[in-house]
Design a binder for this molecule. Structure first.
Ligand code: ZN
Length: 86
């Protein structure tokens, strides 16, 4: 099982399709159980769609926090399965 840190470090490679099936499988298994990482991956995917050419080194160090705050206010929180159900 991957840790959250490993997932976060692998996100770029996996979104780029640079990892093998075994790593992708472990990655998916972790996402299936970890809402924090699901949210992080969703943010990374959204970031790539918005600014595909931006290099992470060009961004401020806390951009992930800033981006998370922005995306939280924009994206539907589909992972919060308990909050919207009757
Ligand atoms: Zn995680």
């Amino acid at each position: 099982m991957m840790t959250c840190n490993q997932v976060i470090r692998k996100v770029d490679d996996i979104l780029d399709g640079e990892e093998g099936w075994w790593v992708r499988l472990k990655f998916r298994m972790h996402l299936a159980m970890c809402s924090h990482c699901r949210r992080y991956v969703r943010q990374q995917r959204a970031l790539r769609e918005v600014v595909p050419e931006v290099d992470a080194s060009m961004l401020p160090a806390d951009y992930e926090t800033l981006l998370g705050n922005i995306l939280d206010s924009v994206l539907p929180s589909s992972d919060d399965k308990d909050s919207s159900r009757p």
